[in-house]
Design a protein around this ligand. Sequence first.
Ligand SMILES: O=C(O)[C@H](O)[C@@H](O)[C@H](O)[C@H](O)COP(=O)(O)O
Length: 315
Amino acid sequence: MASTCRALSANLRTLPNSSFIRSLPYIPSRFFAVKPAFSSLKLNSNSSRFSCRRTKASMAEIVTPKSKGKVKVFDTEEDLAVSLAEYTADLANKVSQERSSFTVVFSGGSLVKSLRKLVGQPYIDSVDWSKWHVFWVDERVVPKDHPDSNYLLAYTEFLSKVPIPTGHVYAINDALSAEGAADDYETCLKHLVQTKILDQSHSTNFPKFDLMLMGMGPDGHIASLFPGHPLVQENEKWVSFIKDSPKPPPERISFTLPVINSSANVALVVAGAGKASAVHTALSDVSNSEVLPVQLVEPEGELTWFLDKEAASKL
Ligand SMILES: O=C(O)[C@H](O)[C@@H](O)[C@H](O)[C@H](O)COP(=O)(O)O
C-alpha cells in the first residue's frame, strides 16, 4: 500500500534527477516589486446586465447574483496579478492568525504565472509561509520532472521561491496509475482531515480548503472536469481520474465538484480573449444547451472572479 500523504520531501529524494529540481535558482524577491499601472477601464456597452462600480482606476467590480460571486475586471493581466497576490496574502494571513494551517489549492495552466507577484515584496516577508499547505486541484499523471507536470510548473514558478516547508507540499504519487494516484491522493486528504491539518465541511463532509485557485479553459472546463464528461457528475469521491482528457495529456487526477464547492474561498483566474465566451456564459443568465463545468462552481464560501478586460469583453 503506497504510503499516504507522501509529502514531497520524501518523493523528491526518489526523483530520477532531483538534483535538477534542487538546482533551481532562488531569486531574491526584491526584483519582483511592481506598482499597479493606473488606466481607465471600459466594459462594452451591453454590460447593462451588470451593475459595474469602479473601485480603483485599474479595476472595475461587477456585481452579479450571489451565486455568481464577486467579479473583478482588470485593465491588464499585470494589474490582475497585483490584485491576486494581495487577495491571496490577505486571506492567508487572516486564516493563519485563526488556525495552524492555511490550505491552498493550485490548478495548472496560467494560474501559477498569475501568482508571480506573491513571491515578491512585501509578501515574501509578510506572509507566514510556515502555515501553508499546498495541494493541486488536478494533476497530470506524469513524472514530477515531466514538462507537463503541474507540480513542476508550480515548483519552478512559485514553490522554489518561497519558504513553504517541503513537508507541506502534497504532490501526487507519480509512481502510480491514474486510478491509483487518485485513490492515494484521496487517502492523503482523509488523513489530513483526521489530523486537523485540513478542515472539513460540516454540511457536506467533504474537505474544506481555505482557498482554491483555479484557471478556466476556453470550453469552460475547470480542474480536469470537462464539458459533457461523466467525471463532472461524480459526487461521492473526493478525487477521481480521467484517461481521455480533451486537453493533453490525457491522463489526470482531479478533485470532484463537491470538493471544489466545499471550499471556503474559490478564486477563478481567467485572462485572454479566448475565454470571453465561456465567461459570458458563466456570468450571464443565458440558458445554455449544455451547462459548463465552470457554471457548477458555487462554493459554500466566497467565489471571486479575477478577469482581465479581454476575458470580460463579452460581458
Ligand atoms: O491541468 C490543467 O490543465 C489545468 O488545471 C486546467 O484546468 C487549466 O486551469 C485550464 O485549462 C486553464 O488553463 P490556462 O489558464 O493555461 O488556459
